[in-house]
Design a protein around this ligand. Structure first.
Ligand SMILES: [Zn+2]
Length: 150
């Protein structure tokens, strides 16, 4: 299976890769940015609003013509978090318990990214912690934007 720049070997099993989204025309910029270790978020050139998840229309001014990817700092704060103990996919069987975090980006705290925190014990994660994006290859050929303490 090939998606944008993400190439998964034919021999891979479900336990080798986490579920990953289909890349389409609206989201390919995000993954191209990840490949270059850049966090890209759509921003409306007409009103300045950051827009995430990617959408074809600015939710603030309804512009359809001015949304373009813009690199953000990758800095933010933990808005919420949880620890997952049940593996609902073969990839996660040997990874539980693992954390899930929601990061509010510094550029606009209404922009939230769901990810995982690395290099920290799950029990030490706190709402409000300052974090910084880090790009890590979680499986061969698959890099994800994860977060670490800033
Ligand atoms: Zn707008």
């Amino acid at each position: 299976m090939a998606m944008s720049n993400i190439v998964i070997p034919e021999s891979a099993t479900a336990a080798d890769y986490p579920p990953i989204p289909e890349v389409d025309n609206l989201t390919s910029f995000f993954w191209e940015g990840v490949a270059k270790h850049q966090l890209l978020i759509l921003r409306c050139g007409a009103c300045g609003t950051y827009v995430h998840y990617p959408r074809p229309v600015c939710p603030k001014c309804l512009s359809m013509d001015h949304l373009a990817p813009q690199q953000v700092s990758g800095r933010g704060t933990i808005y919420s978090h949880t620890t997952t103990v049940q593996p609902f996919h073969p990839y996660f069987v040997d990874k539980v318990p693992y954390n899930l975090i929601i990061v509010a980006l510094d550029e606009d705290s209404d922009i939230r990214i769901t990810s995982n925190m690395v290099d920290i014990a799950n029990d030490d994660i706190r709402i409000g912690m300052a974090v910084q994006v880090t790009f890590q290859e979680v499986a061969p050929g698959l890099t994800l934007p994860l977060f670490k303490l800033a």
